[in-house]
Design a protein around this ligand. Structure first.
Ligand code: PGA
Length: 248
């Protein structure tokens, strides 16, 4: 399986141009020999300054959201051209915080995902079950429904990065066990195989996200179906470099 691991940070609504540039400056030498792809998805307003800060390094600067329309009367939104102007390659789509707090639905996740692909960028499309859903034994049903709608009409699924983020593990310090994460991500891969083709599913990068940190990254990354991580809290500090260097 020739999937290149991919570790991405999600700064969420944190950092300033000054603190962000300082952190990137410190991370650069620490991650330069990484065997994986590395990205930091930063608040939209910081994209120009962080792109400048990351210049000449292997750290790609990504975005945390994007609207599906090319332009227009959508106050507060960001379009594809605005991101591409700064060389953005990755855009997080459908993070559970956007679903929970900002009315994001599987239908809008689908529209955004297709728009990111049409613009030639890579969506990091987030899916995941809540604690009630996991305890109710309907995790697979929930993930299947998300995948069916979120990926509907996508032509080349191998261009999508999937982030499996159990909602109960995000920002809680409660990580899925290696086995839980592996089992669920293997299920996601199987489902993608059914929706598209098994060969395509083998090529799709699937990250784990949810309290992944310097201490648990090795175990998670050792799982055969886990191809990387989407890192929230730990991407705000130098621990991010330890995660990127999980295999060293
Ligand atoms: P966390 O966030 O690592 O702080 O749990 C992960 C995410 O929400 O992407």
């Amino acid at each position: 399986m020739n999937r290149k691991p991919f570790i991405a940070g999600n700064w969420k609504m944190n950092m300033t141009a000054e603190s962000g540039a300082k952190l990137i400056g410190e991370l650069k030498p620490l991650v330069k020999d990484a065997d994986c792809d590395v990205a930091l998805c930063v608040p939209a307003i910081l994209i120009p300054a962080m792109t400048e800060a990351a210049k000449g390094s292997n750290i790609k600067i990504g975005a945390q959201n994007m609207h599906w329309e090319p332009k227009g009367a959508y106050t507060g939104e960001i379009d594809a051209d605005m991101l591409k102007e700064y060389g953005v390659e990755y855009v997080i789509i459908g993070h559970s915080e956007r679903r929970q707090y900002f009315g994001e639905t599987d239908e809008t996740v689908n529209k955004r995902t297709k728009a990111v692909l049409a613009a030639g960028m890579t969506p990091i499309m987030c899916i995941g079950e809540t604690l009630t859903e996991r305890e109710g034994g309907i995790t697979e049903k929930v993930l299947s429904a998300q995948l069916e709608t979120d990926l509907a009409g996508v032509e080349d699924v191998t261009k999508v990065v999937i982030a499996y983020e159990p909602v109960w593990a995000i920002g809680t310090g409660r990580t899925a066990t290696d086995e839980q994460a592996q089992e669920t991500i293997a299920f996601i891969r199987k489902k993608i195989g059914e929706l598209f083709c098994p060969k395509c599913a083998e090529k799709v990068i699937i990250q784990y996200g949810g309290s992944m940190n310097a201490g648990n990254c090795k175990g998670l990354m050792a799982q055969p179906d886990i191809d990387g991580g989407l890192i929230g809290g730990a991407s705000l500090k130098l621990d991010f470099a330890t995660i990127v260097n999980y295999n060293k």
